[in-house]
Design a protein around this ligand. Structure first.
Ligand code: SF4
Length: 296
């Protein structure tokens, strides 16, 4: 639910469809990942306190019984913790039925916060941080200009979990193209095992119009995976994921060729079987538009 008329496009995770979107920042402070077209046309800025206060008052008048609020845009955690806490306390007063606050978190913003700051945010109602892990492979992270190493990403994810905040990680199938598919699969599984996110979403690389990655593909410098290769990569990744705490896994985004849902590690064999069934379809050269839904 979006009521603001500030500049630029608004993005939120699919699971925040029923949340009020409160843009405490505009755009993304990094804004340099080669695959991302989200905020290319939007200059990053932190919204002044008075602007956010007025927004909260307006939202509370419009939606007084709102239970969920998502702090946008791309990395709301860049705000100093005392500023975030002030906003969250205002939200708690303005929305008496408020049950959860969520936001995207950039790895560097998370690493900058102390365990005590993260605990204070949790106590103030920060329920989920969405972290774009994208890949656990250093070559892939560097190639897509993510601005972070796998070790830093892993440390950031683990810090969120250690603070008692739920972590929803996102990874991108096909991000390493044909050249790095194996390293991407295995090293991404490795980082997932280290972090053990509460939720894990697998998206498939989409080459957005105007993005440097699309340009690289058009120039013959990046070779995207075929649907069959994407399935092989997903199989390799899932096969190497060995989390010890329950992790809700979803690959149900519109970009995905095969929608899958389950809880790891419990449903690992079922997920692998579902992927194998699709691979068999490919091998038997039957319908290339196979679209079975597999939910466990
Ligand atoms: S993927 Fe995330 S960090 Fe990278 S430019 Fe897009 S919004 Fe910013």
């Amino acid at each position: 639910m979006y009521f603001d008329n500030a500049e630029g496009m608004v993005f939120r995770p699919p699971s925040e469809a029923n949340s009020l979107i409160l843009r405490v920042t505009i755009g993304c402070s990094h804004n340099a990942c080669t695959f991302c077209g989200m905020y290319h046309d939007t200059a990053f800025r932190i919204r002044p306190e008075a602007e956010v206060t007025a927004l909260i008052e307006r939202a509370a008048a419009l939606y007084p019984y709102q239970r969920r609020i998502f702090l946008a845009d791309g990395n709301a955690l860049i705000l100093p913790t005392d500023r975030l806490l002030k906003i969250m306390h205002h939200l708690a007063q303005a929305f008496p039925k408020l049950a959860r606050i969520t936001c995207y978190g950039g790895p560097h913003d998370i690493l900058r916060k102390t365990p005590e700051e993260l605990a204070a945010l949790r106590n103030a109602g920060l329920h989920i941080i969405y972290l774009g892990i994208e890949s656990g492979d250093d070559e892939v992270l560097s190639a897509v200009n993510k601005g972070v190493t796998a070790a830093q990403m892993s440390a950031a994810g683990q810090k969120v979990i250690a603070a008692g905040i739920k972590l929803s990680g996102m990874i991108i199938l096909g991000l390493g193209g044909k050249d790095r598919t194996n390293g991407h699969a295995i090293n991404t599984a490795k980082i997932i095992n280290e972090i053990n996110p509460t939720m894990l979403g697998a998206l498939t690389l989409m080459l957005h119009e105007g993005s440097p990655m699309r340009q690289a593909a058009e120039n013959g410098e990046f070779y995207p995976l075929s649907p069959y290769e994407l399935m092989l990569e997903l199989k390799e990744m899932v096969a190497h994921i060995n989390v010890t705490q329950p992790c809700i896994f979803r690959s149900t985004h519109i970009s995905n060729f095969l929608p899958l849902a389950g809880t790891l590690p419990k449903d690992k064999d079922l997920l692998l079987t579902a992927i194998d069934q699709v691979l068999d379809v490919f091998r038997n050269q039957t319908s290339p538009t196979y679209n079975a839904r597999n939910q466990y």
